[in-house]
Design a binder for this molecule. Structure first.
Ligand code: FNR
Length: 188
């Protein structure tokens, strides 16, 4: 039984990416639990705040959620063909202090999904995450991608993932990611 932490990179109430994460929870295969965590409450990174007060509580909470999980699922919007600032900011805080990076990220399986109303399905945000994950020593899962385009046609007004083909894509991705997490656990 593996547990992963899922994080949406959007703070928006009607976020497609948060909706995609909820769909992932619903579609996770037997043996895989996805716990939803949040970047809400994480302030902008400020080295003075870190030096004077240490890590903000929201960062500490998220860090320990990641440490206690077998893997992480990042559900990423795409802003200006890259990672949204709020999401990158959260990861930057999580990488502090650098001595803690091995405990939080090194060797940890990380999956990526993303949704956009645009036609390219967050492909460039996905690409932008790769050097970040590489730098942190995380193990990015590179199975079939979940890059959801034309999101307004795929999700209902209540945020439920309706499109059967996309539901199947998410379910298949999670089967592969769960196997990857198990393999990493076995050989760790
Ligand atoms: C966007 N959006 C966007 N979409 C995309 O596919 N490629 C892009 O480069 C961008 N760039 C971009 C920049 C900024 C500043 C904003 C606010 C938005 C649109 C984006 O995909 C859309 O707002 C999504 O709805 C954001 O994800 P959530 O909040 O629905 O999860």
């Amino acid at each position: 039984m593996a547990k992963i932490v899922g994080i949406s990179g959007s703070l928006r109430r009607g976020s497609y990416n948060s909706a995609l994460l909820r769909a992932a929870v619903e579609l996770a295969p037997k043996g895989l639990t996805i716990e939803i965590a949040t970047i809400r409450g994480i302030p902008l990174y400020d080295g003075d705040v870190e030096a004077e007060q240490g890590l903000p509580e929201a960062v500490q909470v998220l860090k320990e959620q990641i440490v206690s999980a077998d893997g992480v699922l990042l559900v990423t919007p795409e802003y200006n063909n890259s990672i949204p600032g709020v999401f990158k900011n959260a990861i930057d805080w999580l990488s502090r202090p650098p001595a803690d990076i091995p405990r939080v990220f090194r060797g940890r399986p990380v999956g990526l999904m993303g949704a956009t109303p645009g036609h390219w399905g967050t492909v460039l945000a996905h690409n932008a995450w790769l050097p970040v994950l590489r730098t942190l020593g995380a193990m990015a899962w590179s199975g079939p991608r979940v890059q959801v385009a034309d999101a307004e046609k795929v999700f209902g007004a209540d945020g439920r993932l309706l499109d059967p083909a996309v539901r199947e894509m998410v379910a298949k991705y999670l089967v592969g990611f769960a196997q990857f997490v198990e393999r990493v656990r076995r050989y760790a």
